[in-house]
Design a protein around this ligand. Structure first.
Ligand SMILES: Cc1ncc(COP(=O)(O)O)c(C=O)c1O
Length: 275
């Protein structure tokens, strides 16, 4: 089920003009949040990242409070749901106004997806640490990421693990990756130009809170052969066990299980009175 679609806060039939630059060229940015019991999780962090992405693209957003209320209204209408926020640049046709459109709608998400198997795919389009204007922005142009997922599926896996052309581990097409070696949780550093995932942030903080040592760095793919457990992290997946990468298999280990349950508890936590 999908919620009422809001465009710039107005109830809409969900259509946007074909002249919009986001349709023509993927020119825009987006966020995906999850709401639990009708309350969006990590709302401020998602709004911060949306503002940062829009600013990198030089798109003027409506007021933050307005966008926040559109998200909250959508979340309340569905309860447990994913809320998508898509910001388009507006028309790119001469003579028409370049008016950004902020599209907000919610939909249900499928329950626990179970462990995932990943196939390593080279990502030559990934900045992989080279600084550029849109580094870290969550831009709409995800066609290369989705092509990597399709490539992995053709190989009989559920999704891809993106690696640089010299085999450094980056992230999944729509998720971050972390693994455990000798009780240390390792994850690719943000310096590699991977998305500053909000789930990754929350899970790393939870790990530190549980006295699990965390190491952020740059590792070659063959490092994963030493891992005893591997996890995929994202708003949609939460903390998902990775059961296979290429030829290597991994069990769902105790650290993944602990972090998954801490994360779940955080998502269901009620705000303290007065907040
Ligand atoms: C490339 C990429 N990495 C990581 C993530 C996970 O980010 P978050 O935890 O904020 O959902 C996403 C989410 O869409 C993504 O697209």
């Amino acid at each position: 089920m999908i919620s009422q679609v809001l465009i710039n806060g107005e109830a809409s039939d969900g259509r946007i003009p074909v002249t919009d630059s986001s349709v023509l060229r993927g020119d825009g940015c987006f966020e995906v949040l999850k709401a639990y019991d009708g309350r969006p999780f990590g709302l401020d962090a998602h709004l911060d990242r949306l503002e940062a992405s829009a600013s990198r693209l030089e798109i003027d957003l409506p007021d933050r409070g307005d966008i926040s209320s559109w998200i909250t209204r959508t979340a309340e209408s569905l309860g447990d749901c994913a809320v998508r926020v898509v910001v388009t640049r507006g028309s790119s046709v001469p003579g028409e106004d370049e008016l950004p459109q902020v599209i907000v709608f919610g939909h249900e998400w499928a329950g626990d997806p179970g462990p995932v198997r990943l196939f390593p795919v080279e990502a030559p389009w990934h900045a992989a640490g080279v600084e550029w204007d849109l580094a870290g922005a969550k831009i709409l142009s995800y066609a290369p990421n989705l092509a990597a997922t399709r490539r992995a599926r053709k190989e009989g896996f559920e999704d891809a693990l993106l690696v640089t052309t010299d085999s450094r581990v980056l992230e999944g097409p729509t998720f971050s990756i972390a693994w455990v070696i000798e009780d240390v949780m390792e994850t690719p550093t943000l310096d590699l130009g991977i998305l500053d995932s909000i789930t990754r942030r929350v899970v790393l903080e939870a790990a530190r809170g549980l006295d699990i040592e965390v190491s952020e760095g740059s590792w070659a793919l063959d490092r994963l052969a030493e891992a005893v457990e591997v996890m995929a992290l994202s708003t949609i997946r939460e903390v998902q066990s990775v059961s296979q990468i290429g030829e290597e298999s991994f069990p769902r280990g105790p650290i993944t299980a602990r972090l998954a349950s801490v994360f779940e508890a955080l998502t269901r936590q009620r705000p303290k009175p007065g907040n």
